[in-house]
Design a protein around this ligand. Sequence first.
Ligand code: ADP
Ligand code: MG
Length: 617
Amino acid sequence: MADIIQLLPDHVANQIAAGEVVQRPASVVKELLENAIDAGADAIKLIIKDGGKALIQVVDNGVGMSATDARLSFERHATSKIKSADDLFCLHTKGFRGEALASIAAIAHVELLTRTEEEELGVQLKIEGSKISSQEPIVTPKGTSFCIKNLFFNIPARRNFLKSNQVEFRHITDEFHRVALAHPDIQFHFYNNGSEIFHLPKSNYRQRIVNVFGSKTNEKLVPVEEETQVVKISGFISKPEFSKKSRGEQFFFVNNRFIKSPYLHHAVVSAFEGLIKSENHPGYFLYLDVDPASIDINIHPTKTEIKFDDEHTVYALLRSAIKHALGQFNVVPALDFEADQNLETPYDYKAKLAEVPRVSVDASFNPFAEETPKASHRSSAYEKPSTKGWENMYVGLESKVGKESDFSSVSFESETITGSIFDNQAEAIDTVSTTFQLKRKYIVTTIKSGMIIIDQSRAHQRVLYENFLKNITIKEGVSQQLLFPLQLNFSSTEVHIIKEIIDSLINLGFAFDAIEEEYVSISGVPLLVPESEVGMVLDQLISDYQMDTPEDSFSQSDIVAKTLSKTLAVKTGEQLDSESQLALVNNLFACKEFKISPFNKPIYITLTGEDIDKKFF
Ligand code: ADP
Ligand code: MG
């Protein structure tokens, strides 16, 4: 057989490498910003259009490049930053692989302008898909400007894979935050579609954090300071009372490089133990300085993990530094959780009774419809009784109609429907007058074939979820006007997310007076959302949205409905009176899908007579 192995041509190799280095516009932004910093710039401008799809430009006032270097910089493994393998152990630069520019040039249209201090004329280079298309001398300020257009022009699959402009913009903003927070001594400008997003003057760390996340941040910060031989720790944690549902503001920097470290994160969280609710996240901006020889950052360019030689020591030092900081600033005694009844007291749905009087009229009610959800009572803790048929309402409007609002008039035993609800299991609810609560977690009731044990929290999540989803999709959420508008502070990124989901929120019944750079003012809330929980609900929503940015409006509604149901559902540990138990069971079985929770967990299990018989053997 003839030899068949060939070396790939450079431009193909570059394109393959690019697939790894450049995943999205934000990766380009990261590489270009880092190059500008490595070039010693003290003023950097980032300009993007259409989420970076149309344009990414980074302009710096660093050392610039000679014409030869400018050409060379696009070669793979071409770098000025290390010369030998030994240099890897004393890295003081962000880059060192010499891969970024070669990769970017392989998959985009690149224009480079650069001039060094010594030269009078600079050079302009144009590259498309790894090929230099023009090189000219040019008058240009000292420093470098990279202009990246038509990213992924030759990789349609990648281009199509990109998310909406807004989503890509957010990824870029995240990268920008990371770089800007690590380098307060550099001035940054950031423009998106012609408007200025950030203007960050040179400052110190604290001021930089405040400039990025808003003036309200200042009062939240507690300094952390610790210097040992292994590591110097500095930076800030947020006071426990400002801990949030969303993980948003958590930053580790090691030698001014943003990193992610679940292990160190754990150290921080454990220092906060007992000071914040377990579902909340502490905010932190922590800068660790270590001997470059004691870490290994020779990892994949897109990854942000690093390896410490002595991770355990760093963990212990970090934890104690934070405990110390929390103690010193007297934030510890300020928190008295014993005094906060809400943490201990079961869910107070009785209090909710007051806010729920409502008349719900079901225009589609058809007394002769075959399927009749049944319920003999309902409790206001689960207000909206049934959501049967809701999805049909928004899909088409023809469709079979579920009976919605006449629960109180229908007596349970007389229902034929039980058969249809359980038909695949041939089960039927015997009577729902006999529910009881087990371990403040389960509701037990009987069915013809035996008994059924329902997870109260999951059941309520399902009921709320279908209800919210219906409200969003058919835009019928009932709003409750607030006497005084509620002003909630957010970072600009968070406000941005609220803007993205504003339609869903309004459909649900939220009403907004104002949405400003750093706060929103809320004048109305959905009936099902108590005013006191609004902040928490929005926090959670922002957090969930960040974790799982939806692609279309349906999945957006889905996330909103899921988050609200998760946040507002009764929890394990909450005691329910028999009326509420009953209402929950009935509302659950009136749901379209009553077997699994919105989070894909089983809602109930059944124990048949046979199962029980077996136990007696
Ligand atoms: P790396 O940063 O890993 O060295 P890059 O591909 O990002 O690799 O850049 C290659 C080289 O191009 C750098 O080593 C540097 O010499 C030069 N370079 C890139 N960006 C700039 C810039 N903004 N100013 C000056 N030189 C630059
Ligand atoms: Mg680089």
